[in-house]
Structure formats: C-alpha cells, structure tokens
Design a protein around this ligand. Structure first.
Ligand code: NAI
Length: 475
C-alpha cells in the first residue's frame, strides 16, 4: 500500500481514540449497521480531501464498511492529527509492519508543495485507474481536477504572475508537471460521478463554477443540510474556537474585548462561546440581516476600523478575503491575538504583514507566531492565519461531526447509486434525509420527541413521519 504519514507507530493511540469517537458518532455507526448487507458503495473509488482527524477516521472507515475503496488527504496543511492518519493507514485489522487500512497522504505541518503533492497522490489510483467519487472540503481536490482538465483541453498551462498568491504558483507548477498528452486530468474528470462538498467556501466555488458553465460533474452541497451548517458550523465552532485560543495562548478570555468578523453560522457559534467565557464581544458584518441578528443577540456591532485599537482577540469567520489587513494589524494593541476560523487563510493579509518595513516574526511554538512591529509592539497570529480551531486544536468534537459526516455518507450513496438522477448541477439532500440525520442523534442525548396525532398532522399539512417543514423554512 502506498501512503505518507508522519509516524505509523502512533497508530495504536489513534485506534484508541477512534474507538472512543465511534461511541460519540451514533449517526455514522447507525449508517454502518443499516447498510452493512447492501454495500451500496461497492465499486466506489472515493478520493477524500478533508481534515485528517479522529472524526474523519470514523468517516473513512464507514465508507470502507459500505464497500468503498478510499484514498485520503487533509484539506489544510496544519489540520492532520498524526495519530489518526497512522491508525487509518494501519487499519483495524493491520499492524504497523503490515498496514491494511486506507492510503492516507497527510501529516501536520505540510508545506504548500507537499500539500498539493498529497492531493495529487490521493487522486492517483493504483494501476492507472481513476477515482470515481470525490469527497471534498473547501474544493481543492475539485479545483485541481477542473483546472487540469481545462488546461488539457486548452493544450497549455498559463503562467502564474507576480500578483498571484504563492499557492497558485505551487498549483501551476504541479499542473505544468502533470498536464499532458495522456489526458490524465480529463480521464479523472470523466470518471468522477460526483463530488460531495463539506463547507460553505467549497459550496460557493461549486455554485460559481456551475453558473459559469464550468462544472464537469454533479455535486451535493452537504454544507447546507440543516444538520450540517446549523450544527457543525455553529455548535462545532462554539466548542473549538475556545479550544484553539486556549491551546495556542492560554490567555484568560473573561473580561477581554473580542471581535468576531462575520455573524453567519460560524460567527454565531464563536460570538456565543466568547461571551460564555466572559469576553465583551463585538461583531462586524456587511449583511444588514446578520448585523441585526447580532444586535438583537446583544452584541455591539460596528466596523473593524472603530475597534481595531482596543480589542484583545480577533476571530475572522467570513469566508471572504482581506478582512484583517496589514494596516489593521499594525494598529492593534500589544499582544493582541489575531486568528481566523474561516476556511482559507486569506481572511487575514499575512503576505501584507510580512512585507511591513521592520517587521520581525518570532515563532513561539508550532502554529503560534509573535509578529513584532518596527516600533517594538507585537501581535500573536495563530496558525499563520489558517483555520485556528484545526491548526491550534483538534477541530470539532465527534458528536457534532457525526451529523456532518452522516450527511456526507448519505450524499456519497445518493450520487454513486443514483447517478442518472443527478445531471450536472449542485444539489442539497432532501429534507427527509436531513431529518433522518437529526433523528439518529436524539437517543444519545436522551431526547424524547413528541409524535403528531393524525389530526394535528392534517391540520399543519404534513405527514406524521415527516418531513415537518417546507424547503423554504430557515430554522
Ligand atoms: P456564512 O456565509 O453563514 O457567514 C459568513 C458571514 O460573513 C456572512 O454573514 C457574511 O455576511 C459575513 N461577511 C462577509 N464579508 C464580510 C466582511 N467583509 N466583514 C464582515 N462580515 C462579512 O458562512 P459560515 O458557514 O459561517 O462559514 C464561514 C467560513 O467558515 C467559511 O469559509 C466556511 O467554509 C468556514 N467554516 C469553518 C469551519 C471550521 O471548523 N473552521 C466550520 C464550518 C465552516
């Protein structure tokens, strides 16, 4: 088996944590049981690009239990948990000397070149075969396949320019090496039956591509299942934003002024958590609806310019770019903490920060850097501006990820087994499946659901067994 992880000897520790996580992931375990005999993913060759954590290990082993062949990478250079990666490679039945699990190409602290090399490896099936499904988080695997196929069609790879970000240069180098007469990327693009996308940012990319007529295969938007974005993005971040801050800095949050940029699902979870710790939380927003929500939830809402000099902690959660600029950072208080929990690192202008005259970067420990300005004052930047909950801590806990990943598995089964029902486009899962995912998590929390009477069901115009809401209901 080909694979590349940090240290296979961590597999035993990883396996122990996977065992504990399985108990906390009732949705995934129920799906394993439900489909054990039917094996709906037999024949599926799934390339996964999603943070290689303990929770993801349970997802991977669920896909395998349903019959799939899988190859995996992390979708961020800092988010791999090395013991999880090792355990997945060794597998439940293998040993360090005889690994029998799933090929994983991921370790914590990859360079950008290594990151894209890993993505290429996981998309390269042994024996010249191609994957036929992608499970993506942020859309990097989907992007590589699309760009490769596009440039193969054009017959050339365009040169990157000085204005392009460093990462684009790395991607262009990779494509220069791999785009060719063998039509490698075109073959993969044609073999892919569909992609299931995990996060807001990746979903944005898919809708853009579809709008521009560039999407090459159908996609399921897993993010906008209610049991994903209204749980993982919100309650997951409510847990892991604090974990990231604590593990990185251990600074007392109570009494501090914290700024959360963006009051979408992620921002709502972050603002709630910071307030729970006793911080005075200030929100920035561009959307009047979200701004009004934040105000009515009791947060001050203002612009970053107004408060940049008085806040102690900054968290960006917009999925947009250039939210915190180099100029903002230069104006911050001494030892202000600057972090991003959105998918990509461009929410904070790290490149601009590095170019400020007289700036000096002092590494405190992995994923924590002190940036000292020419005047001697400094700020702390977490995970080099990449998503801090996975860079500095271990991301969301298992129970919430069980909701997200049960949606992922159901979406993979949908696209793989009902390919003809999904022409090229971006889809969300039907509401009855969303409700099913929620239902699978109730028992573990001791929730007792009220059952509708026949008369009540008729009165509100639904079936006793659901779905209970119309598609336009917003929760
Ligand atoms: P969302 O679309 O619900 O929220 C983003 C909010 O930011 C919106 O309300 C938008 O109006 C606001 N915004 C946009 N530009 C802004 C600006 N210049 N200033 C202030 N506010 C601005 O998206 P969601 O689901 O909250 O996701 C946000 C990001 O977090 C995405 O990149 C997503 O992929 C990522 N994500 C990260 C997770 C993690 O574990 N780190 C988990 C889930 C999502």
């Amino acid at each position: 088996m080909d694979f590349k992880v940090a240290d296979l000897s961590l597999a035993d520790f990883g396996r122990k944590e996977i065992r504990l996580a399985e108990h906390e992931m009732p949705g995934l375990m129920a799906i394993r049981k439900e489909y054990a005999a039917a094996q709906p993913l037999r024949g599926a060759k799934i390339m996964g690009s999603l943070h290689m954590t303990i929770q993801t290990a349970v997802l991977i082993e669920t896909l395998v239990a349903l019959g799939a062949e899988v190859r995996w990478v992390s979708c961020n250079i800092f988010s791999t948990q090395d013991h999880a990666a090792a355990a997945v490679v060794v597998g439940p039945d293998g040993t360090v000397d005889d690994p029998r699990g799933v090929p994983v190409f991921a370790w914590k602290g990859e360079t950008l070149e290594e990151y894209w090399w890993c993505t290429e490896q996981a998309l390269t099936w042994p024996g010249g075969d191609a994957p036929n499904m992608i499970l993506d988080d942020g859309g990097d695997a989907t992007l590589l396949v699309h760009k490769g196929a596009e440039y193969e069609k054009a017959g050339a790879v365009p040169a990157a320019t000085a204005d392009d970000p460093e990462e684009w240069h790395v991607i262009i180098d990779l494509l220069n090496r791999t785009v060719g007469d063998d039509k490698r990327w075109t073959t993969i693009a044609e073999a892919i039956k569909g992609v299931t996308e995990e996060t807001t940012t990746g979903v944005h990319r898919l809708y853009e591509m579809h709008k521009n007529g560039q999407l090459l295969f159908p996609a399921i938007n897993v993010n906008d299942s209610v049991t994903k974005s209204k749980f993982d993005n919100k309650y997951g971040c409510r847990h892991s934003v604090i974990d990231g801050l604590n593990r990185a800095t251990d600074v007392l949050i109570g009494g501090k002024v914290a700024v959360v940029c963006g009051y979408g699902d992620v921002g709502k979870g972050c603002a709630d958590a910071l307030r729970g710790q006793g911080a005075r939380v200030i929100v920035t927003e561009i959307d009047p609806i979200c701004a009004l929500q934040a105000a009515m939830d009791g947060f001050q809402v203002t612009t970053l310019e107004e408060v940049v000099g008085i806040a102690d902690i900054f968290v960006t959660s917009t999925g947009n770019f250039n939210i915190i600029t180099a100029d903002h950072m230069a104006r911050m208080k001494h030892q202000a903490i600057v972090s991003n929990i959105g998918h990509f690192d461009n929410e904070i202008d790290m490149a601009g920060l590095a170019k400020l005259p007289g700036i000096e970067k002092r590494n405190i420990k992995p994923q924590v850097d002190e940036w000292v300005f020419a005047d001697g004052h400094s700020i702390l930047v977490l995970a080099e501006g990449r998503l801090m909950n996975l860079g500095c801590a271990t991301g969301h806990p298992s129970f919430v990820m069980s909701n997200s990943f049960t949606n992922q598995v159901i979406a993979q089964i949908e696209l793989f087994t009902k390919t003809d029902e999904y022409p090229i486009g971006v889809y969300t899962l039907p509401k009855h499946l969303d409700e099913k995912v929620a239902r699978l998590h109730l028992d573990a929390l001791g929730v007792k659901l009220t059952e509708l009477t026949k008369e009540q069901a008729e009165y509100i115009g639904v079936h006793i067994e659901g779905p209970y809401k119309s598609d336009h209901y917003r929760y």
